[in-house]
Design a protein around this ligand. Structure first.
Ligand SMILES: Cc1cc2nc3c(=O)[nH]c(=O)nc-3n(C[C@H](O)[C@H](O)[C@H](O)COP(=O)(O)OP(=O)(O)OC[C@H]3O[C@@H](n4cnc5c(N)ncnc54)[C@H](O)[C@@H]3O)c2cc1C
Ligand code: SF4
Length: 504
């Protein structure tokens, strides 16, 4: 069992009920990136809980605590030389080859079988994709038809495939969402957490990290199947009914809004996407939540999550370093430290430092939007996301960051998600408390998002002007005279200098 396949519901464990189970806790993985300690606690604690659960079920579990996978295999094949290890194909690029090599080097072998933790297998995706351009909306409809979820007599429930236009509200004054559940660390998780702090979290006090993980809040994520089911249940019964309306909203005082907070449970295998979607579809049948909220949620799990897994599979290894706009700037240190006067960025980064999470629109329209218009090299932002988020796994982080966020490859993104303060002010309450002026583009105090937004369009004109979806914004750029463009360029240079000096 790999650490992100912790399921007793599908896969080799179910098909081979009498076989011994092997789990390898390889620490080398944890040293590869400056990971948020909660990410490491999450994975190691979930593995150890899973081990104990299986043993309580009466299964034999060999749990190897080693530095590398190879050492784990050596220990195993020394004790059981005739074994062939069977595991589900890992989703991250290179992991399958790494496992095969490690098993072979240890004198054994490994059989990798279909990964049952997804709804669309590689063959079905490739048949659907053919040689055409990959479009998420087409794939999503294909999956709706294929599974029958939210379909009525062959048509989409309610008559529309997609209710995204109803998913862009901002909450009224005084609104607050139900509190998300907290999964207080039990003794085992506390032990893992302390060990992680001692073993891995030190050494991040110097630039660029600047003590990024010095003082997180208490670990709060589910690490067992039971906890994951409670998280799903809590979401469906208390927050799904408003999920859609406020999906794109951002509030300084509300980090979770009505998001489900189940990404970690899905990616570890504690929840299967099928049961997650079926809970939402049942809510539709029972009329306990509006269709646009349910459809919006189903689209994320049935559509985006499955789609990006296959985009990643097909586009790696090139996707990880794709950089079609030739962006070369270094990631500013404030992504690690949160030390910036920009109210939106400082709050979102602070949330990531606290709990290794921010919701989708904060990731897309604050963190990656800023990096995009500033001109950060996409791979550097990917590395930051990968290290900082509890739900970051290379197969899902990379297409989101490099393609969706940074327009790195142009595989499925048809235009960059670049936006100025106008968008952020419309969807959040950040700008009113910010020392920068949301309506100014140049001059002292002008919002950096505004300056960099126009500078980005100007800098990338050769690549982007011919994109028909960018026509309107280039018309606006054309309305700016030479004097204004010069002022934008000068201010952008000045802001970059300040960012490098940690004075933005
Ligand atoms: C720049 C950037 C980086 C991201 N990095 C990650 C990452 O490392 N790991 C990760 O799981 N997600 C990532 N996402 C996608 C998305 O932001 C998270 O899945 C979501 O915020 C997780 O919180 P939630 O469980 O509360 O999700 P909800 O908003 O409640 O959505 C429900 C579920 O839908 C799925 N989902 C939603 N959006 C996406 C998406 N864009 N791609 C794939 N699945 C999606 C997730 O499984 C999620 O749990 C990233 C998005 C962007 C723009
Ligand atoms: S004014 Fe600019 S920097 Fe400040 S919160 Fe608004 S968008 Fe962010």
């Amino acid at each position: 069992m790999l650490g992100d396949q912790l399921t007793r519901e599908v896969g080799p464990l179910v098909e081979r009920p009498e076989e011994r189970v092997v789990l390898v806790e390889a620490r080398e993985f944890a040293r590869r990136h400056p990971y948020h300690p909660h990410k490491l606690t999450l994975v190691f604690s979930a593995m150890r809980h899973f081990r104990d659960r299986l043993r309580a079920d009466g299964r034999t579990v060999d749990y190897y605590t080693v530095e590398t996978f190879r050492e784990g295999f050596e220990a195993h094949f020394d004790a059981h030389p005739d074994d062939t290890v069977v595991a589900m194909e890992p989703a991250s690029h290179g992991a399958a080859a790494g496992l095969r090599e490690a098993a072979q080097a240890a004198g054994g072998s490994i059989d990798l079988v279909e990964n049952d933790l997804f709804l669309c297998d590689a063959e079905s995706f490739d048949d659907w994709a053919g040689d055409g351009r990959l479009r998420h909306e087409d794939f999503y409809r294909f999956m709706r038809r294929r599974t029958g979820y939210l379909m009525e007599d062959g048509d989409p429930a309610g008559g529309e495939w997609n209710y995204d236009d109803q998913n862009r509200e901002t909450p009224p004054d005084g609104w607050s969402p139900p509190e998300p559940p907290v999964f207080e660390p039990d003794a085992l998780t506390q032990e893992v957490n302390e060990w992680v702090e001692d073993e891995f979290a030190g050494g991040y006090d110097e630039p660029p990290y600047g003590g990024a993980w010095a003082d997180p809040e208490e670990f709060r994520w589910p690490v067992t199947r039971r906890g994951a089911c409670r998280a799903l249940d809590d979401f469906v019964t208390t927050r799904l009914a408003e999920f859609g309306d406020y999906q794109d909203a951002m509030l300084e005082e509300e980090w979770a809004l009505c998001h489900s907070l189940i990404s970690t449970s899905l990616h570890l295998g504690l929840l299967h996407p099928r049961e997650v979607i079926e809970r939402a579809v049942t809510a539709y049948r029972e009329e306990s939540a509006p269709l646009h909220c349910i459809e919006g949620f189903v689209r994320q799990v049935l559509g985006w999550r499955e789609f990006l897994r296959h985009v990643y599979r097909r586009e790696m290894p090139g996707l990880a370093t794709a950089n079609q706009l030739d962006a070369e700037a270094d990631l500013p240190d404030f992504y690690w430290t949160g030390d910036t006067d920009m109210a939106c960025l400082s709050d979102v980064v602070d949330g990531v430092r606290q709990r290794g999470y921010s919701h989708h629109i904060e990731r897309l329209m604050i963190l990656s939007n800023f990096a995009l218009i500033y001109g950060v090299e996409p791979a550097q932002l990917n590395e930051w996301f990968h290290a900082s988020y509890v739900d970051a796994f290379h197969w899902i982080t990379t297409p989101n960051v490099v393609e969706m966020g940074m327009f790195g490859a142009g595989v499925f993104a048809t235009k960059p998600y670049a936006a100025s303060a106008n968008y952020i002010d419309g969807m959040s309450d950040y700008c009113s408390g910010c020392p920068y002026y949301k309506t100014k583009t140049t001059g002292e105090g002008a919002c950096p998002f505004n300056t960099f937004y126009w500078d980005f369009l100007d800098r990338n004109e050769d690549s982007l002007r011919s994109n028909h979806r960018m026509g309107l914004v280039y018309n606006h750029l054309d309305n700016k005279d030479d004097e204004e463009l010069t002022a934008i360029r000068e201010r952008a240079d000045d802001l970059r200098e300040r960012a490098r000096e940690s004075e933005l």
